[in-house]
Design a protein around this ligand. Sequence first.
Ligand code: SF4
Length: 452
Amino acid sequence: MTPQPYAYQRRELVEPDWTRLPGWRDVTREQWENAQWQRVHCVKNIKQLRDVLGDLVDERFYTDLETDQAHLATMSMLIPPQMINTMVPDRQPDTDTFYTDPVRRYMLPVASDRRTDWPSHPYSTRDSLHEHDMWVAEGLTHRYPTKVLAELLPTCPQYCGHCTRMDLVGNSTPTVDKLKLTLKPADRYDAMLTYLRTHPGVRDVVVSGGDVANVPWRQLENFLTRMLDIDTVRDIRLATKALMGLPQHWLQPDVVDGLGRIAAIANTRGVNLAIHTHVNHAQSLTPLVAKAARTALDVGVRDVRNQGVLMRGVNATSTDLLDLCFALQGEAGILPYYFYMCDMIPNAEHWRVAVWQAQQLQHDIMGYLPGYATPRIVCDVPFVGKRWVHMVTEYDRERGISYWTKNYRTSIETDDADALARTYPYYDPIDTLPESGRKWWAKEQANEAATG
Ligand code: SF4
């Protein structure tokens, strides 16, 4: 019999043995499951990484990492032990397995991962989605007609190398001086709530950051309780990668109790309260992550959904995507919802995939998962918003330029009569183009340099 392109096999989740790593040889389960222990023992620099890995990884890797940190990284280093433990999860890592590990590739990028021909696309930008341009109050992006994004704070318990909010989130790096929020948190939250009260057409709020796991629980509960008093708000989604990166946070009794109180109010008022998390590889799903997701559902959160990011070297094969989706859906109680194409930020070309590759992946994952749990692969087109990858209007494959349209005005186009008649470009990574296309971009770049 001819085999199917993908062979489903149920795999139970396993918590990798953290004592295989020299620095955590003596760490007890009680310590491991303690959120505070996890936060205190996050890896924030190369010395701390050495303390964990010891001699398992040789000097070549650390030098490579140091070069990246000094010249290329757009995010500072911050990785909870929970996430480090999912790198090379089934044995002691060595240099080669650590280099090729998919979680390492995006959480701990090194200089040799990046492309040297086109490390950045010429049209890459710091705030590639122009979220800051669409702020209607500090941290509140109004892009879609009925939805807003509330960035409560600029920090997370973990920093991802490919973060689309690299402009704002995390500590400054040698190459990126981060934008700073200026209002006091209480004033920022007040301004956001005032906007929601005075704009009843906004019915859907993504409460994000950063990561809401870094907002002290009482502050977050207070903010959410006040938002639930606004009866025009009908959907609330809490964005937290920490559900996977630091599930210990979401299992703390005070957080679980508080989430239950918020879910009870939401249920009484008929508001859809969901958690959106960000898992990019099946390796990241462990029993603790599943426990955190199921606990949220048990206390009344309506849904826990995943929004992953599609990245070369991490998950951009149909097998990786399906393995992840089956683990999310079948083992962790998390709905596979979206995969975003990696945005056009600086130094990200080695991660990005071309639109045609994303279309092929969408094609290849159809039909295996339940329909409602088959994720959509989406392109977040600057000045447009999310588009399914097959919604492209025109596509110049030679130069890697796709053109997209939209059906609403963002908050900065309310007086722009032509906004809906225009097409908006998106760009494939140049290394994925045919030779003629690569030459065209090289010539463009040379002309640009010549004319200043
Ligand atoms: S958790 Fe989200 S906001 Fe935080 S660094 Fe990662 S991608 Fe960025």
